[in-house]
Design a protein around this ligand. Sequence first.
Ligand code: PNS
Length: 160
Amino acid sequence: MKIAVFPGSFDPITNGHLDVLTRVAPIFDAVVVAVLQNVNKRPLFTLEERLAMIRAAVQGLPTVRVDSFAGLLVDFARDVGAVAVIRGIRSAGDCTMEVQMANMNRRLQPQLTTLLVPAAAEYAFVSSSLVKEVAGHGSDVTGLVPSSVGLALSAKFGPA
Ligand code: PNS
């Protein structure tokens, strides 16, 4: 079994994340979306809310499962038997940070390989933070997030 982990805060998951997930899912036997439990900044959504939104969004991807983790990503990856870590990149800025993380993870667990997947051009400007900011000011984020997230944002902030 070739297993990959797709880690993140997912506060909330966006269509950019989903695009990356959809592209990599056929390459592996299974992909585990790994949701970081204790996000540094106070998350808008609880862990349970983030997991539920992702589970709803990946219903059409039978080889994708959703789990959460605390502590080091490399330990979670080892526990699920993953050979690869998947991260999406939108910009040169992302790339710099992701290569730094990839090399630290490689030092911690040399067998685990990080694969960086470019975000689709139409989602290159989409981030969880911007989605929350825009939705928080009452503007529409339809098309940028899955419907499960759109509903959850409306529940938090009111409909756009
Ligand atoms: O969606 P994010 O916030 O960009 O995801 C960052 C994440 C969760 C991938 C990263 O912070 C992480 O792996 N955290 C777990 C702790 C860890 O392993 N730190 C060392 C990484 S080099």
